[in-house]
Ligand binder design. Sequence first.
Ligand SMILES: Cc1cc2nc3c(=O)[nH]c(=O)nc-3n(C[C@H](O)[C@H](O)[C@H](O)COP(=O)(O)OP(=O)(O)OC[C@H]3O[C@@H](n4cnc5c(N)ncnc54)[C@H](O)[C@@H]3O)c2cc1C
Length: 302
Amino acid sequence: MSLTSEQKAEIDALRANPNQTLRTVSDGMEKHLYSAIPVLDHGFVRVIDYMGDDAAICQAARVSYGKGTKSVQNDEGLIRYLMRHWHSTPFEMCEIKLHVKLPVFVARQWIRHRTANVNEYSARYSILDREFYIPAPEHINAQSVVNNQGRGDVLQGDEAKRVLEILKADSARCYDNYEAMISDDGQAGLARELARMNLPANIYTQWYWKVDLHNLLHFLRLRADAHAQYEIRVYADAICNVVADWVPAAYRAFEDYRMGAVTMSAQMMDCLRRMLKGETVEQENSGLSAREWREFQDMLST
Ligand SMILES: Cc1cc2nc3c(=O)[nH]c(=O)nc-3n(C[C@H](O)[C@H](O)[C@H](O)COP(=O)(O)OP(=O)(O)OC[C@H]3O[C@@H](n4cnc5c(N)ncnc54)[C@H](O)[C@@H]3O)c2cc1C
């Protein structure tokens, strides 16, 4: 992870000077505040600010005057009920603001989540750093033969070496040309907003990203899922760990009723009922397409 010594000193100074507040704080989240969690080769996620905790979800659900907590056990029961029944607005009462450093091709997937507030580093105003995502050898895979949107086996030997060399050489050459174009040494120098167009999608960008807990959990359900691309999944995994410390009861409910849960169609439920009655159900007599049948099998497999 690439933090300069000044940036590290700034974070240390912030952590060394706590403020007193009347607001609710989450002890689990306080330990994360400002610190950068490394992700990929140069990326990170760090919590800049947050609002609310598990009790705040219950407080909003009960529209309470005070803290609103009945008991920790009661609160957890309520949170689990709310999550189970898609009663989502109490979760929107908690918010988080993150500073994320990520490759541009990951940012393109991330930005599709529209229910957040974003402010990105300006490559019109500033010069981008010479930092490119180069996958570790164990994350250089062949195209999957079963899933057009996925990867297969890890590339080996000379082929892996050749791919890595191309990635490194292209990144270096593009950045050299970027620098050469913006340089005003003996020339006018191209505007930064134009020079950036030849930079590859593995260059790192940064943004502040603020989102409420309901929409964050939606993001995590999609991006911490095994079907998500590895390079965004590692960010989602890092955020999952933060959320587990911030709102532990809500995170447990999320794991049980979202991440660990499945959605079955009416036809799948019909197959399940017939199977429970002892009937032999195959794809041919299931009423499901071959793909749905495979997905149904996946749901039932341990
Ligand atoms: C594994 C995977 C593969 C994907 N592949 C592709 C792909 O090939 N091509 C592609 O283009 N995208 C792809 N996506 C992106 C995907 O289609 C969604 O755009 C992305 O996941 C954001 O989801 P969202 O709209 O639910 O999230 P958000 O934008 O955060 O929205 C959250 C929820 O708010 C509501 N909402 C937000 N904005 C609106 C609105 N304007 N109108 C109505 N309701 C709204 C919806 O209920 C939505 O579910 C992929 C995503 C995943 C996880």
